[in-house]
Design a protein around this ligand. Structure first.
Ligand code: GLN
Length: 308
């Protein structure tokens, strides 16, 4: 049994010299302002143990990592009917790409690209008020993090909306095909706020544990999604979690993961634990460059892979 605390510390040290590489997301000022030298890691184990390194307690914008939590909630609420609105194939395209939507009749490839996440959020709304649904997502994330301090950065949410022409285009395009069940602005009102949830690595690693433990939060004992659904969420993360860079991430890390343009990555080791990393410099696909290096080394040192 490897010493996991040591594996984490080693991965941190190996990735540390790469800080500052990559490009910090700059489409909104609130993200552009973040210090590119920040780097944190946290490892959550099912017995409640947490190992941390670097800036593990500093909140960052989780952005697209939020899509995993919304997917879990939507599957729980609408079940397999969700797959009427969104597929589960890798897209091989950028996170905000519109090209496939036209040829595929307005059904987005998967729930982890922007179009698919908007469609998933739309289904989660299920006739309810946008504020109620946003609060449901936040409450779920807070409960998983075991920390009511998790919040939504409303400046980020507002800027997302003000610069949201691309996401609006995706939503209107899907609306034209009849994919969305609610007004575009209702779905986007929730989507922009879920992307603006701010969390630390410590909170995020803890929040991912239910996906590592067959849908059951090992610290509260609650079965949050059925085991087969947790498996499928992990499968989708593996194949689609990094957009057109998902194959590279699977090759290097070998674990399901989800990136966000805030520089966070949530990585799930089924049966073992959950790892969150954060460093704002991104590769071309919008995955944290330092974060991916750290995860690659951690997974290798720990001997964690879904391909054994
Ligand atoms: N809020 C971002 C967007 O919708 C999220 C993208 C991401 O993190 N990849 O464009």
């Amino acid at each position: 049994m490897p010493d996991l605390a040591r594996c984490l510390a080693e991965a941190y040290d190996i990735a540390l010299p790469h800080r500052g590489k990559g490009k910090v997301a700059d489409y909104i000022p609130a993200l552009a302002r973040v210090d590119p030298m920040r780097f944190g890691m946290a490892l959550a184990l099912p017995d409640g143990t947490l190992h941390v390194a670097g800036d593990a307690d500093m909140p960052f914008s989780i952005q697209s990592v939020s899509k995993v939590f919304t997917l879990a909630l939507a599957l729980r609420r609408v079940g397999t009917g969700l797959w009427d609105s969104v597929g589960r194939e890798p897209s091989g395209s950028a996170f905000n790409s519109i090209v496939q939507l036209e040829s595929e009749a307005g059904i987005p490839r998967n729930p982890l690209i922007n179009a698919g996440a908007i469609a998933t959020t739309d289904r989660l709304i299920d006739g309810r008020d946008a504020d109620v649904v946003t609060q449901e997502i936040l409450d779920f994330v807070r409960a998983r993090a075991g920390d009511d301090g998790v919040g939504i950065d409303l400046d980020v949410a507002l800027s997302e909306s003000q610069t949201g022409a691309r996401n609006r285009s995706l939503a209107h395009f899907m609306d034209a095909f009849g994919t969305l069940r609610h007004p575009v602005e209702t779905a986007l009102g929730v989507y922009f706020r879920q992307c603006a949830i701010a969390m630390s690595c410590r909170q995020l690693a803890r929040a991912g544990l239910f996906l590592a433990m067959a849908g059951r939060d090992p610290l509260t004992g609650e079965q949050l999604v059925e085991a087969h659904r947790a498996r499928r969420i992990n499968a989708i993360m593996m194949l689609c979690g990094h957009y057109d860079n998902s194959g590279e991430f699977a090759f290097r890390v070998g674990l399901p993961g989800k990136s966000g343009v805030g520089g966070g990555i949530l990585c799930i080791a089924p049966g073992q634990g959950s790892i969150a990393v954060w460093s704002p410099g991104l590769d071309d696909a919008g995955t944290s460059l330092v974060g991916a290096i750290a995860l690659e080394h951690f997974a290798y040192a720990a001997g964690w892979s879904v391909f054994d």
